[in-house]
Write a protein that binds this ligand. Sequence first.
Ligand code: ADP
Ligand code: MG
Length: 365
Amino acid sequence: MQNLSPVFFALLMLAPAVSAEVQSAFQQKVMQKTGLSVKQDAGTVSSSDCQQGAQADEGYWWSDHQAIMGTDITVELWHQDKRLACSAIAAVMAEMKRIDRVMSPYIETSVLSQLNRKGAYRPVFVGRELFALIEQSLEFSRSTGGAFDITYASAGRHYSYRDGLKPDGDTLAAAVDAIDYHNLILDVKAQTIAFSKAGVSVDLGGIGKGYAVDRGIGILASLGITQAMVGAGGDSRIIGDRRGQPWVVGIKNPRSKQDNVAVLPLMDISVSTSGDYERFFEEKGVRYHHIIDPQTGDSARSVRSVTILGAHAATTDALSTSVFVLGVKKGLALINSMEGFDAILVDGEGQMFVSDSLLQMSAAR
Ligand code: ADP
Ligand code: MG
């Protein structure tokens, strides 16, 4: 995370009446820090984009949510000044859109789509950001014994959960043959990636939203915001608290829209949930959903939901998908072996399991 310049910090402290110069300094800072321009219309940020929430102390909570990356992006933060708050939120939204343009498999011109089209024929230059995220994905593949594997998409691309479509036996068999993170050939110096065979496809759906959340939080922190939440579907990260109170995050009951299986008071943390209820269809009593076991190319079915708590959202995102594939026993063993992480799982029978340190915490209460 970048450090805030002392000068800028001083500017932000000038509240609540912030001068036009300070506001424009803030806009410039957003642009310098993020490379993004913040939407402006004649000096006001439109209220439909940025909502004023509850008053707390000498400031307010501000929020916006937008549909980006095929999910609901939410940004909520506390600040004394509307203009500054709304500029910061707009900068996060712009960053989400930028990441989507690079990494979406649904946007033909994205770097990821180009890699998928050409990677079997020649090395494709992907740039520093995508290269690093794919490298990080491969680290998760290694540390999870292959449960996390972005080449899952070799099979995953043959499913449409919205249209209720799945591959036939032959298509699936050929696709499973292409799933293996070892099929990715990385050239660090050239920042290119190639596929070792035809039929390989990659998708960053298991880590990309978490990465985007981390980037969003990084932007807010670099702008001096100390109390905020950025969420992208099932992946959220919180900095600070809610003015003296913890954030309260509910973990959904995977088989009920209204109920929670747990409610967690949280601060300064990332939380990611992977569930079999987000995108799925049922055929002959079998649920086909978007988390794929790389061994079979079919949905992983031993658990219904996995929530991971940890410092960074890219990590909790990748681990929630990984633990979903690994199941209760191996998944909990993995999380218990890692410092600074916790897990809450709901298995196929609806029974809840938690990691050792959460168990100790709840026993101590
Ligand atoms: P979401 O927030 O989209 O529900 P999850 O964290 O639950 O995301 O991850 C599911 C997504 O991860 C899928 O939509 C897919 O893009 C990707 N994915 C599915 N199976 C795997 C796997 N075994 N390894 C890595 N990524 C996967
Ligand atoms: Mg995940």
